[in-house]
Design a protein. Structure first.
Length: 287
């Protein structure tokens, strides 16, 4: 039985999870970014894993690049497919949407897991070092539980504890789930600030969120942001980054800049963070 684990990451959280699960399953990790130019994706692996962060829950929680990847998969009807989505605040829709996407190409999500990781838009009260370490410890504890389910090829959905809100997380999730769609108008208003036209879909407007980014005086034109961008959305022109409006808003450029030179009007008060178990070289080597 062979296992392939596909991942998409901005801060490195999903890559760290993918590496851990690859070690457990003796599987191979593959960057979803490296497959962007492929028209179709076929694999001989018996088990497929998909690891990604949740974005914009009112619009399904699955990053656009992951959605495009899923619909390129071929001949997956006999595969055991599992997914691990990591979240900073709450995850209510991502696994359901992922299952729908897989069904549209003949597959199905056999097992789905959510994992609480440091929030990429969090302030100091949310992303304190102590809370981050607690999240990592919880992941290490639940990693074996998740592996046991995968190894036994079980059909299961499992939420790991949210360390920020503790035992009441499941109560909050129960309350928030039917209300999450009420946040759609707020999301659209934020997206429209950066979009050229009066109306557009979520998928059309999100890539223009890169207009919220700008550089401060720390920028030295090193090009790290262009190298680490998972969708090649940045070019260095006159020793400054320019964004090309095909953004996933994964915040890799914001969080990984070695000079902390990239800012965003959407990220006031956000603590710079990237997963301490992932090196920048691993983020850059996506192929």
């Amino acid at each position: 039985m062979t296992t392939e684990i596909y991942y998409f990451t901005g801060t490195g959280n999903s890559l760290a999870i993918a590496k851990d699960m690859a070690e457990k399953t003796n599987g191979k990790i593959i960057s979803i970014t490296s497959l962007t130019d492929k028209k179709s994706i076929k694999t001989d692996a018996d088990v497929l894993g998909i690891v990604f962060p949740t974005y914009y829950e009112p619009y399904g929680g699955v990053p656009l690049i992951v959605r495009r990847f899923i619909v390129k998969l071929e001949k997956i009807d006999s595969k055991y497919i599992f997914a691990i989505c990591n979240y900073g605040s709450v995850s209510v829709n991502a696994l359901n949407l992922l299952d729908e996407l897989l069904k549209s190409v003949g597959g199905r999500l056999a097992a789905g897991f959510t994992v609480n990781m440091p929030y990429n838009m969090g302030g100091s009260s949310i992303n304190s070092p102590q809370k981050q370490q607690k999240m990592f410890r919880v992941w290490e504890e639940y990693m074996d539980v998740i592996y046991e389910h995968i190894n036994a090829r079980r059909k299961v959905r499992l939420d790991t504890p949210n360390v920020l809100v503790g035992k009441i997380y499941f109560i909050i999730k129960f309350i928030v789930t039917p209300l999450i769609f009420l946040f759609k108008p707020t999301t659209i208003r934020r997206l429209k600030q950066y979009y050229d036209f009066e109306n557009g879909s979520y998928a059309e407007m999100l890539p223009y969120m890169d207009r919220s980014f700008y550089t401060n005086d720390n920028c030295v034109g090193c090009g790290s942001c262009a190298k680490i961008c998972p969708v090649k959305n940045i070019k260095i022109i006159d020793q400054r980054p320019e964004w090309l409006h095909k953004c996933e808003f994964c915040l890799a450029c914001f969080h990984w800049c070695p000079k902390e030179a990239i800012e965003s009007s959407e990220l006031k008060g956000t603590v710079k963070y990237h997963n301490p178990h992932v090196k920048m070289l691993e983020m850059i080597m996506k192929d």
